[in-house]
Design a binder for this molecule. Structure first.
Ligand SMILES: [Mg+2]
Length: 385
């Protein structure tokens, strides 16, 4: 009896063709193989949700593992996205309060985060908003409209150029503010330069640490922004990003990403705004800030619920761990089938007179599925901090 332990699962009888066929079918039932990927994804997705990393589609989680370039939006992504008015400079015949009142009244119609800062500043000073007519927004440039009978333009330098307003007298002031990392909006009233409004939007508290961790992980981090180069570089310096593309229009963000992909980079894009949506959709992986717009969230495969940049680090770790788990599961499943199927088919019979009993085949199959599920569940204990 001692030497015949194997009789429990290997029978010495001549293999019945039907019996072998059943054993082969049971072993070859692709349960473990079929479970391998979805189980890891499911558990990984659940683990992510508990760490503020919301995975919308599994492809994004898989693609993030291979990403080598992280493209990141500035306002609302690297920065708080809650800018404050820090200075008002005047250049023409209008006083600081008038410049703020006309510009801020116009910006009450705008959805731009810098616009909101002006409105908040105006309200904080107890200034009543003026009536606005003919409001128009020029994406990536600024806004125009008629305020209290004045033709008012608020926007960047390109906007002023396009409107034929000479702001050269304001440039030294603008440059000084931008060096501090502030954003500058020029104000034109009745086709003349009236002043500038400097709005600062500080980086998120965890930005520097997160960027450093991404660099350590071997990622190239590139910041894209519609903002002025000086402002962008001011922020980039503060958080340790060395590659910046500034003065971009929304379509430029997507085309830069397309270009990177053409050169062979695997690109993840993180952003929060409506203007980031095309870029989020173009990147291999789109990552939206949960604090951002619905359009950005809809265009992204992954959302960072609290919009913190350490979420990027966690998402990347989660992706790597999930992919590693999938590879383990697949390797195990192939190994199981690779050994089990020949055994069940009777490969040992000619030499040893042994075949696999269908009963044992059933037990082994259940065990293989259990192994895959158990391995996937280990992702629940993954440390993402
Ligand atoms: Mg943004």
């Amino acid at each position: 009896m001692k030497q015949e332990w194997h009789k429990h699962f290997l029978t010495g009888t001549k293999p019945l063709q039907v019996q072998s066929a059943i054993a082969v079918l049971i072993i070859a039932c692709p349960c473990a193989l079929g479970l391998a990927t979805p189980m890891s994804i499911m558990v990984g997705t659940g683990r992510g949700a508990r760490a503020d990393v919301l995975v919308r589609n599994a492809e994004a989680l898989q693609a993030l593992d291979a990403v080598d370039t992280l493209v990141i939006d500035k306002t609302g992504t690297v920065t708080e996205g809650k800018p404050r008015l820090i200075a008002t400079e005047t250049a023409g015949k209008w006083g600081a309060e008038t410049v703020l009142r006309l510009a801020a009244s116009l910006e009450t119609r705008s959805v731009h985060p810098l616009a909101h800062a002006l409105v908040v500043a105006m309200e904080a000073k107890g200034i009543q908003a003026a009536s606005v007519a003919d409001f128009a927004s020029q994406t990536g440039l600024g806004v125009t409209g008629n305020v209290d009978g004045h033709a008012v333009v608020v926007g960047n330098q390109a906007q002023m150029q396009q409107q034929g307003i000479d702001v050269s007298a304001l440039i030294p002031d603008a440059d000084a503010r931008r060096e501090e990392g502030a954003g500058v909006m020029f104000v034109g009233i009745d086709r003349q330069a009236a002043g500038l409004l400097a709005v600062a939007d500080p980086p998120k508290p965890d930005a520097k640490v997160a960027i450093a961790a991404l660099h350590t992980a071997g990622m190239r981090v590139v910041m894209l922004t519609g903002d002025n180069a000086r402002t962008a570089e001011g922020i980039a310096r503060q958080v340790g990003i060395d590659e910046v593309h500034a003065d971009l229009r929304p379509e430029d963000k997507a085309s830069i990403i397309r270009d990177m992909k053409r050169k062979g980079a695997r690109v993840a894009m993180a952003g929060d705004g409506v203007n980031d949506a095309p870029a989020l959709a173009t990147a291999d992986v789109g990552i939206a800030m949960g604090t951002g717009t619905d359009v950005a969230i809809e265009s992204a495969g992954i959302t960072l619920a609290q919009g913190s940049l350490t979420g990027l680090v966690r998402a990347r770790r989660l992706s790597q761990a999930t992919m590693r788990n999938i590879r383990q599961n697949l390797a195990f499943s192939f190994l199981f089938n690779g050994i089990g199927i020949p055994l069940a088919a009777g490969v040992l019979y000619p030499a040893f007179g042994l075949t696999l009993s269908p009963m044992f085949a059933g037990g082994a199959m259940a065990l293989s599925s259990l192994t895959v599920v158990t391995n996937a569940l280990r992702l629940n204990a993954l440390n993402l901090r």
